[in-house]
Design a protein around this ligand. Structure first.
Ligand SMILES: Cc1ncc(COP(=O)(O)O)c(C=O)c1O
Length: 369
């Protein structure tokens, strides 16, 4: 049974006609930059995220970059974040000239450990970036308490967690800005790159709009230096077709996760832990296993797609050598990097496919290394 990590063709099969129609509408209109499709998506994602404003961006990376720029973060500043994330989180901090400061994760959720943040704060700290990894929001109350006490803005990296909740609050609605990615593998993925910032702050909304279009207002008058971070209306059109399906797709991922959990019960496989305050959208289902590489090899041989998110924590990346600050031990992040393995979790997976993947994993974990 060949099972890819993600089967986007299966998703596309159900929405092909609508996508074609929506793309054709944009092409017929020849509104090729921003315009009504981007605005409609912004309004819908803002409302989905319980936020007043949204600004469509060219990628999740550019959403983070624009957020940092909008907050005036740059040379000499520090930003506290997690080392166990996709590169973009820390990469954007470095790109604006600030220093990434890494604190460890909670081993159960893989998310930044709020108890480690305070020790990392200095007068230079200008933002905290919690990353809602794999679809589950961070423990936001203590993070917001520390941030508010120090007057430091929080940028939520919600790239993997659109519409996830923490105590009923939506991803992106708790910090100063939330950043989403529409990379095709996300729960809401475009037909290419795309992203969005959400905020409840009118001033920040204005700044994000400025950053998205070279800091110009009016056109050709530049108040500040921004970039070209505009979301493509063709992507917005595709995303508008997919958006009404998002809840059902995320629910299907949760159902698949529950089935894996059941199948792995009593085995040495450590299944994802979802806190009682959280509803995850399961962008990934990452198990932890000893001898991870052997288990992955067994799955590859059984034609099951897997991925390691992420094999090298940020503080150990070559580009950050001498260019980041580490606070305390990051052993939980390093251990996670050696043990995590993402299994197929996409909504269209069938029960027999999940049973097959679980059987291969269970067999592999029994083998001596
Ligand atoms: C946690 C995290 N942050 C940022 C990004 C960057 O998003 P994009 O790939 O859309 O630039 C991603 C996506 O891959 C991500 O997973």
């Amino acid at each position: 049974m060949k099972i890819p990590l993600l089967d986007l063709k299966a998703q596309y099969a159900g929405i092909r006609e609508e996508v074609m129609q929506a793309v054709s509408e944009v092409l017929e209109s020849q509104i090729c930059i921003l315009g009504p499709k981007v605005e409609e998506l912004e309004n819908k994602v803002a409302s989905l995220s319980d936020c007043k404003y949204a600004v469509g961006m060219s990628s999740g990376t550019d959403a983070l970059l624009a957020a940092l720029m909008a907050l005036n973060i740059g040379e000499g500043d520090e930003v506290v974040t997690t080392p166990f994330t996709f590169f973009a989180t820390a990469g954007c901090v470095a790109r604006v000239g600030a220093l990434p400061v890494f604190v460890d994760i909670e081993p159960k959720t893989f998310n930044i450990d709020p108890a480690k943040i305070e020790a990392a704060i200095t007068p230079k700290t200008k933002a905290i970036i919690p990353v809602h990894l794999f679809g589950q929001m961070c423990d936001m109350d203590p993070i917001m308490e520390i941030a508010d006490r120090h007057g430091i803005p929080v940028i939520e990296d919600g790239a993997q967690a659109i519409s996830a909740t923490y105590k009923g609050r939506k991803a992106g609605s708790m910090g100063a800005v939330g950043c989403f990615s529409f990379f095709p593998s996300k729960n809401l993925g475009g037909a290419g790159d795309g992203g969005m910032c959400v905020t409840n702050d009118a001033g920040l909304h204005e700044r994000l709009l400025l950053m998205r279009s070279h800091g110009s207002k009016p056109k050709y008058y530049h108040k500040t230096v921004g970039g070209n971070f505009r979301l493509d209306p063709l992507q917005a059109a595709v995303l508008l077709v997919k958006l009404p399906h998002l809840d059902a797709w995320s629910a299907a991922r949760r159902r698949n996760a529950a089935l894996y959990d059941e199948l792995f019960a009593g085995s040495p496989v450590v299944t994802p832990y979802i806190g009682p305050d959280c509803e995850s959208i399961f962008n990934q289902y990452s198990i932890r296993v000893q001898h991870r590489d052997a288990v992955r090899k067994a799955l590859t041989e059984a034609t099951v797609g897997t991925e390691i998110y992420y094999p090298v924590p940020m503080h150990l990346q070559e580009c950050f050598a001498g260019k980041c600050r580490v606070v305390g031990s990051l052993e939980n992040s390093e251990k996670a990097a050696n043990e995590v393995l993402a299994l197929p979790i996409y909504p269209e997976l069938m029960v027999e496919q999940i049973a097959y993947v679980a059987a291969v994993v269970k067999e592999a974990v029994q083998q001596p290394a």
